[in-house]
Write a protein that binds this ligand. Structure first.
Ligand code: ZN
Length: 319
């Protein structure tokens, strides 16, 4: 494990590089991440790959570490019973989560002992089918109840911590009430908790119109070690990051997506390439990341559809 904790690194002002997309990268490398997917819903997503294609998961982590990522996120995005149940694997969530953390920790140990393994846990989004459809206002707390959401984050975090994750990252959170429940649950594992908020807007609000001021107030006293904007377009991150900076005193960061098209390939003409066309080049994303650092970000990286080449391009900013 690293000689300093993530909190110590951030407190000392260090800038850290996050990895890029994992699920999209697994798909690009031929792994089936669309079990149970429909035209409206991603299905169970990339969790089963931890058992079905562990070598490819490790290869993706290794490639990000070799692109000089300081942080890799375990492939445990939706290794929870809510997302796995529709493909008949709900009771296997722990097996997938445990394997995710183990693969990430082993790869880190083989590649760069000073890198961090973030135990990633996404909001299960049982009602919000598609990221970009995103207009269904039902939160996880509304659909599952705050107790169930806290319990899910707590039990997955406990497994990831047990396998050696360095901190817990509740991510892909859209609603403030979900963020609070996620942080409370994840904190029970006893590790630092950073938070990733999804789909922020160019006009500087959270996905459903809530403000960053409201988010900052809701997180006050919960001991969050950092807040990041994630799985938003680069322009959306740039539009929202200044408001996050004003609303939250602790470390901030951003890891942007670049327009992944995971659903269109299902039987569509574009089945051979789930990644978007070339305008979101590594160089262009690195230019955005440079802006985010100037806005106060201490962690920058990529989400859906970004590749090791994008992270490598960003690494030059941190020299
Ligand atoms: Zn994403």
């Amino acid at each position: 494990m690293p000689t300093q904790t993530i909190t110590q690194r951030l407190d000392s002002g260090d800038l850290l590089l996050m990895d890029g997309g994992t699920g999209s990268e697994l798909q690009r490398r031929g792994v089936d991440v669309l079990q149970g997917a429909t035209a409206q819903r991603l299905g169970a997503w990339s969790g089963p790959a931890n058992i079905d294609a562990p070598d490819v998961v490790a290869e993706v982590h290794r490639d990000y570490l070799e692109a000089r990522a300081d942080i890799i996120i375990s492939n445990s995005f939706w290794t929870n019973r809510h997302r796995l149940a529709p493909i008949g694997l709900g009771n296997n969530w722990e097996r997938y989560a445990r394997a995710a953390a183990r693969i990430a920790v082993e790869t880190r140990n083989d590649t760069n002992l000073e890198a961090f393994v973030a135990g990633g846990i996404a909001a299960p989004c049982v009602e919000v089918a598609l990221p970009r459809a995103g207009q269904n206002p039902s939160s996880d707390v509304e659909s599952l109840g705050a107790t169930s959401v806290r319990k899910m984050f707590s039990e997955v975090a406990s497994v990831l911590a047990d396998e050696g994750a360095d901190f817990i990252l509740p991510e892909y959170i859209g609603h403030i009430e979900d963020a609070v429940a996620a942080v409370e649950g994840a904190s029970e594992a006893g590790l630092p908790v950073l938070l990733g908020m999804r789909h922020v807007t160019t006009n500087g609000n959270l996905q459903y119109g809530e403000s960053f001021e409201e988010l900052g107030a809701a997180l006050s006293g919960l001991g969050v070690a950092g807040v990041m904007l994630m799985c938003s377009q680069p322009e959306e991150v740039s539009g929202s990051l200044p408001n996050l900076r004003n609303a939250f005193d602790g470390p901030i960061g951003a890891y942007s997506q670049i327009g992944y098209r995971p659903i269109a390939p299902l039987g569509g003409e574009e089945s051979k390439n789930p990644l978007p066309p070339g305008e979101n080049s590594p160089v262009r994303l690195a230019e955005f990341a440079s802006d985010w650092l100037a806005m106060g970000a201490q962690i920058v990286g990529g989400c859906c559809a970004t590749t090791p080449a994008h992270i490598k391009a960003m690494s030059k900013l941190l020299d």
